[in-house]
Write a protein that binds this ligand. Sequence first.
Ligand code: LLP
Length: 436
Amino acid sequence: MSPNTMKIINDAGHLTVGGCDVVDLAAEFGTPLYLFDEGFIRNRCREYLDEFGKRYPKVEIAYASKAALTGAIARIMDQEGMALDVASAGELYTALQANFPADRIKMHGNFKSDLEMRMAIESGVGRIVVDSLDELDRLNALASEIGQPANLLIRVRPGIDTHTHELIQTGQVDSKFGMGIYGGEAEEAVRRALVGENLVLHGLHCHIGSQLLEIDGFERAVDLMLEFISHLRSEMGWECEDLDLGGGLGIRYTEKDYPPSVTELAEIMSARLLAKLSEHGLPEPRLILEPGRSIVGEAGVTVYSVGVVKQIPDLRTYVSVDGGLSDNPRPALYDAVYEAIVANKADQEPSQWVRVAGKHCETDTLIDDILIQDVEPGDLLAVFATGAYNYAMASNYNRFTRPAVVLCNNGEAALIVKRETLDDIVSHDVIPAHLQ
Ligand code: LLP
């Protein structure tokens, strides 16, 4: 679905999401407001499961919950038969509280605290993805203390440079994640895992980067991982049961982005994998993928109220909205570009170029330059493709309250995260006696 196909407009000339009128939702739940189209999310899960499932014999699709996780989203993933990738105690706790089956959870992180490793082992998560030799040794010791073996994958750094923002590249040689193939660290990890008394090694993992708009990086990952698996088999007779190739498929933030479809990814990746397996004479491991952004990104729309329209003569028009850096840090962090429309004038032709500014006490530009409908204070601005890494990365900067999150489906809206209140903002403050 492109940003355009998300633009479904009703008879009132208002934008709709999941069949709900965005103007009504703003009146009911306030702004800024995160909306998710539940049908879109469910369809993407099914697309991944079907497209890979029909091309490769054993597939598990683990939603990367860092993109957006709430109890309700965890329930959707469970209902759709997805597995879940979590990367912190908070994500794991959210999933377990929502009764997500632990055996379908993968625990990630380049520095898992003892608490996180303990939670992972004790709750019985399906796989712990080990990121370093230090962690492997700590995990072995903790598993022995708890008296329960740890089921693990080794995270490999394949040494692949991808074409994406440098902050979201992860598989290159110079990265904090995983253990290198070159230099022998990953091989050493496999050796140690095989002799670790409380460790059960099931396979290997890699994740090369995020918002990838080309498939070649995935193909190189398949090639390198299979060469490595083949090498490990000849060195130590080890058979790889799980091959987790991470997430990373890009999405369409603007009309200029042309990400590969899930079908294209499934076709190319499965074909490459099957060809390389037969080339190396290897048995088929279970294929695990961890898509995040491509499951929820285009399902999300953020709705803001327009507060101020300021014209700087002969230069530009600034439109200030009631959110910004705190609900969407991506433009500031990654120069991310978004598209938007005026939700209550969605049927009108765009007529002016504006810069959309947030309301934080700094230059928090949300959209640098956009052609949009005639916009005035009191209008509602809807920004598209904000489902991934927006709610998840929201902060309380300037002591803003974080927005509510609403799930929209077939014309029904359901609140899934309440808007924070001013009392929430001060609820963790402590004023010690000498300051009272
Ligand atoms: N698996 C692992 C181990 C990951 O580190 C990630 C993302 C994923 C899966 C999911 O990747 P996706 O399918 O969503 O591309 N905050 C940044 C993105 C950071 C991604 C971190 N890891 C952003 O807003 O663009």
